[in-house]
Design a protein around this ligand. Structure first.
Ligand code: OAD
Length: 233
């Protein structure tokens, strides 16, 4: 049996990292067009770096919570295959001991806007820092911004069309292509489950849902899967 899991900001909320669209979410305090688009970066790279330097500092201070650890436990103890895709740019899944496919990039990586070279990001990045490969002062966070194509989409499509169960955790289902994963997996025959603090806007597309904070709902679901509970809704 294969399980494909998609996580969003809600899985890291109880680690103290802000979500985007909840009350007090990041997009209520910052203008998305200014800090999360290539055009915004071209206009004001210092502002964009300030935004991601703050995100990187928050993530470095945060610790994985019981949801991250439960998913790592599932990956190591489940008899079948577990694939983890995350929209999150923090590294809390990795620090809980689990590799994730980072479809929206990672705060820990830097990228050259000119030659596309990638390297380990320092805690504080600056646009003026020269690229280690081409020396151009065009350093940007290795984050997928609005208007850019998410990473690893071929690999993700392959997993979505070959999975038995698709589970979305802590994501509002408002950003594509990730919001379309449930339909893609269902079309290919997968059962689908949403785990979220409250039903998301696309909750009705899932076969079942578990409502609650990720730190409680995810470990409880993982316990059921490892006990062999047949349908995990
Ligand atoms: P959102 O902020 O849009 O949604 C967070 C979801 O998590 C909401 O449905 C909340 O109800 C839920 N949630 C909040 N706290 C929770 C908790 N403790 N336990 C469980 N669920 C909880 O975040 P995403 O869906 O991840 O992209 O956003 C998707 C993308 O939009 C992000 O990757 C980012 C953003 O703009 C880029 O920056 C490219």
């Amino acid at each position: 049996m294969k399980i494909v899991i998609l996580t969003g900001a809600g899985v890291s909320a109880e680690s103290g990292l802000g979500t985007f669209r909840d009350k007090d979410g990041l997009w209520t305090k910052y203008d998305l067009a200014e800090v999360a688009t290539p055009e915004g970066f071209a206009r004001d790279p210092v502002k964009v770096h300030d935004f991601y330097n703050a995100r990187r500092a928050n993530a470095a201070e945060a610790d994985p919570n019981p949801a991250h650890y439960a998913l790592a436990r599932l990956a190591s103890q489940f008899a079948g295959e577990v694939v983890l895709i995350t929209q999150n740019v923090d590294d809390l899944h990795e620090r809980a001991g689990q590799d994730a496919i980072h479809m929206h990039g990672a705060l820990t990586r830097a990228k050259c806007a000119i030659c596309d070279a990638r390297w380990q990001a320092p805690l504080q990045m600056s646009a003026a820092a020269p690229c280690p490969t081409c020396s151009e002062p065009a350093t940007r966070p290795d984050i997928v911004w609005f208007g850019e194509i998410p990473e690893f989409m071929d690999e993700i499509d392959m997993h979505l069309t070959t999975t038995d169960l698709f589970v979305a955790i802590g994501t509002s289902g408002q950003v594509y292509p990730a919001a379309g994963f449930v339909a893609e997996a269902a079309r290919a025959g997968a059962a689908t489950l949403e785990i979220n603090l409250e039903p998301s806007d696309i909750s009705g597309l899932f076969d079942a849902r578990r409502i609650g904070p990720a730190s409680e709902a995810v470990p409880a679901w993982v316990d059921d899967v490892l006990k062999g509970v047949k349908f995990q809704g």
